[in-house]
Ligand binder design. Sequence first.
Ligand code: DC
Length: 218
Amino acid sequence: MSVPVLTIDGPSGAGKGTVSRAVAKQLGWNYLDSGSIYRALAIAALNNNIELSDVKAVVKVAGAMQLEFDCGDELIVNLNGIDITHKLPTENTGNTASIIAAYPEVRAVLLQKQKDFQQAPGLVADGRDMGTVVFPDAANKVYLTASAKERAERRYKQLIEKGIDANLIQITEEIKLRDHRDQQRAIAPLIAAEDALYIDSSNLSIIQVIEEVLNWVR
Ligand code: DC
């Protein structure tokens, strides 16, 4: 029997990370934060001073990067032996990731790295195309969203709490731009899978969302 997968897709700042980690912990399953793979590639490309429009160069970096994940209470990511965890959450990293994620060649290189996370006893996979492209046969799929205003406010709070400088108006604009880019790209756009449970978390607490997802899986 294949290893069960729960996919949780949705736009930036919808709470996917918190919900996915909590649900994975409750179920005792593994956790894939696919955004962190795109973010790690963004950091690698920026480190190498690569023109983001140079698809071939970005693909080369993607193929060469060695990633190690420690998915404990806090996700720790090593890129080519160096801990890049602190660089992952910045807006610059997220926006760069969103730009390079639109290249089909980049997505093709990163596909297997994501599939490799499907390990016993199960996997919670969080991203944009988990239920539609990477794990289309997943038994349980969730599409988690919230209004852009609500998501911007949450992201702002998160960054401030981590001691990262942030501006709410700028974050709102960036979230809208990122939504547009992730939803309109030609390949693997952000879209709810037909068989996904749709949750709008704008007026729900994180606990309520976690309960709803766990009930759906059980
Ligand atoms: O989930 P996140 O904010 O960490 O993702 C950063 C960017 O990576 C997101 O704007 C688009 C891209 N991404 C993607 O294209 N597909 C995924 N499965 C996950 C992230």
